[in-house]
Structures are given as C-alpha cells and as structure tokens.
Write a protein that binds this ligand. Structure first.
Ligand SMILES: Nc1ncnc2c1ncn2[C@@H]1O[C@H](COP(=O)(O)OP(=O)(O)O)[C@@H](O)[C@H]1O
Ligand SMILES: [Mg+2]
Length: 357
C-alpha cells in the first residue's frame, strides 16, 4: 500500500461558529478512513492562533478546546501536510483568507479557492454576479459606512416593502441581521449591522420556505436533492440556529413538486459556477407559495456534523454516505491542485533567449 495522505483538519477559530466547527471537525476526524489518511488536527483558538490538537476525539467532548499552549507556525504546518481540510466558518476561515495561505504554500485544500470563497462570502458582490447572470435573488440596496447619513427609511420601505432585512455584507450565523418592521427598529438595526462590517445590505423580505441544495464538484458539479429548514421563530436567527434545540427542523428531501425541485437544482449548479466555486458549497433559497424561487446566499464551508448538518445529510439522501463524501472532497482538492500545478507562471524561454552572446 502506498503512503497515507496526511490530511490537516483546521477547526475552531475566531468565529461565532467556533463550536459548530469543533463538532464538525470531530465528525470528520471520526469518519475519515484511517487506512487511507493520516490525520493532523489543527485547532485555531479564539485569536486564530494555530495549535496541534491531536486526534483523540475526547479532547473535543464538551466542544471547547483543551489546548496545551504551544502555538504552531502555519508555515511548518503547511510543510507537514499533503492536504488541508478547513472546517472553519465566517471571516478568515470561509472568506478566502486561510485559502490564500494554503494556496501560497502550495497545499491542496478542500472547498472553493480564494476567489470563490471571497465572492460567496460577500453578499453584495455575490448578488451582483447573480443578477448579471439573471439568477433571481432578493432585491437589495447596499450602503457603505460613509453613506450612513443618506440611508432613508421612507424611500427604502417604499422601494423594498414594509418589512426589511438588514445585514452585514460579510458574515454568517445570522450575526448582525435584523428583520425590521418600523422606523425605530430600522435605526437600531442599521447600527447593529455596521458593528460587524463597513458595508451593509438592506433587503426586501421574502415570505417563503427556506430550501437548500448541496453542490459537490469542480468543473462538473453534482447537485443533491433539496432540503427544507422549517424555522419556529420569526426567522432563522442566531438564537434559532444555536440556542434553541428545537429552533429548526430539517426536512430531507424537501416536499416540492418535481419540476420545482429540478429548477432549484439547476439554479444551484448555475449559482455555484457563477460565484466561481469549486469543491463544495451549500446554496440557500427562498421558495414562495406560488413557487417563485430566489437565491438567498451561498455557504462555502457549511456545517459538517454527521448527525444534524444539512450539507452531509443532503448527500446521504442523494446516495452518498458521509465517508464517501469526505473521500470525494479530498479527491476534488487534489484534482484541482494537480490541474493548477500544470499552469505556467511565466512564459517558457525560447531557445534564442538562452544563447549567451
Ligand atoms: N430577504 C429575506 N427575506 C426573508 N428572510 C430572510 C431574508 N434574508 C434573511 N432572512 C432570514 O435570515 C436568515 C439569515 O440570513 P442569511 O442571509 O442567510 O445570513 P447568514 O449568512 O448569517 O446565514 C435566513 O436564513 C432567513 O431566515
Ligand atoms: Mg444563511
């Protein structure tokens, strides 16, 4: 048997989804085939410092990291692994930052490359690309911090509707997001969103079901069956996601007419390619009662717990087990790296260039 691939699993990190990331990593470490892979677990603490964590799942038992204090050098880590699997969420982990490190140090990695990660993370840029491709998405208006004083509630609510969603452009986990129905709510929601980003989106409210699709692949992505998230609260808020065990229920596959389901799956593939994604992504939609479909957003590193995360569950329902999904993601990372390694960085010298005169 050949040498085992050394897979670096990166998890934790400075993110509201720190704990979800740990639970996801625990599932991945438990399910990776030890006959094929040697696992190097790398925990990122709340300051995004790198620690060698060991692979004993007991260390993650209460979802908090028990770190021994030695901070590792990322350059050394990159030299010790054949492949990286970042299972980090939000800024720094999902937005192209850590992907840039892997690319710089020539380490193949799971999930979209730098550009796809950055584009999918920025809800404003993502929407502009979708709109350019005529992919239906929620209407919105963007404001930068310096435009704060020009934000006009009357004008926006007459354009976009009485109920509005206010969000930071680059975040996740519903952090900084508000659903507003009045001027007073609006003012505090704007301030709240600007706490987290210099750019915010004000969006029309879509009264619809939340439907999600999993995408897997590089040049020829495959699309899972769609699933539905049924939320008990006013919307799929931070509290519904993480503070309330019964905050949301997953229905897989989503109960939809087959033509609608097909349309959503085709759209998911188009969204994935439009946003320059490779490897994996979860594409989230709203579907109204009369089956109008809107793209909401794209997550390039979705939750990955084997018990309750939508992305692996959608694949399981589509005939791909959690273990096979992991194999496939690692294969895709290697395939992309091999493809890109063949690219030239500079023009090849012609013979005459080499003649010494
Ligand atoms: N335009 C909208 N209409 C209706 N609900 C929305 C809208 N935008 C966001 N939501 C609700 O807020 C949740 C979080 O918003 P989302 O844009 O997905 O941000 P995040 O990246 O933080 O998950 C969604 O899952 C949905 O419940
Ligand atoms: Mg979301």
């Amino acid at each position: 048997m050949g040498k085992k691939l050394r897979v670096g699993i990166f998890f934790g990190g400075k993110s509201a989804e720190h704990e979800i990331s740990i639970i996801s990593a625990r599932s991945i470490i438990k399910n990776l085939d030890r006959n094929k892979y040697e696992i190097v677990a790398i925990a990122l603490d709340q300051e995004n410092r790198f620690h060698a964590a060991g692979v004993n799942p007991v260390i993650f038992d209460d979802c908090s990291l028990k770190l021994n204090g030695t901070i590792e050098n990322i350059v050394n880590i990159c030299q010790q692994i054949d492949l990286a699997f970042p299972i980090l969420h939000g800024p720094f982990g999902e937005d192209g930052c850590i992907q840039g490190i892997f690319r710089y140090f020539n380490v193949p990695f799971v999930g979209p490359d730098v550009l796809g990660s950055a584009v999918a993370m920025d809800k404003d840029v993502a929407k502009r690309l979708l709109t350019a491709e005529k992919i239906p998405n929620t209407r919105n208006v963007v404001f930068h911090r310096h435009e704060h004083d020009t934000i006009n509630y009357e004008k926006l609510s007459s354009e976009l509707g009485k109920i509005l969603f206010i969000k930071p452009a680059n975040l996740g986990s519903s952090i900084g997001i508000s659903k507003v129905k009045s001027f007073d709510d609006f003012v505090s929601a704007i301030d709240e969103a600007f706490l987290y980003d210099n750019k915010i989106l004000i969006e029309e409210f879509i009264n619809g079901r939340e439907i999600e699709c999993a995408v897997l692949g590089n040049e020829h992505p495959e699309i899972s069956v769609p699933g539905e998230i049924v939320v008990k609260r006013d919307f799929y808020s931070y509290a519904a996601k993480y503070c309330d065990e019964d905050g949301a229920k997953l229905i897989i596959p989503a109960q939809l007419p087959s033509n609608i389901s097909d349309r959503i799956r085709k759209l998911a593939a188009k969204v994935f390619q439009t946003l320059c994604c490779e490897g994996m992504a979860r594409i989230d939609f709203f579907v109204t009662d009369n089956f109008q479909i809107f793209v909401n957003e794209v997550n390039t590193i979705p939750g990955f717990t084997d018990e309750s995360s939508m992305y692996p569950k959608l694949w399981e329902a589509s005939g791909l087990s959690y273990k096979k999904l992991l194999d496939k993601l690692l294969e895709l990372a290697i395939a992309r790296h091999a493809r890109n390694s063949n690219l030239r960085a500079t023009p090849q010298k012609s013979r005459s260039d080499n003649v010494i005169t």
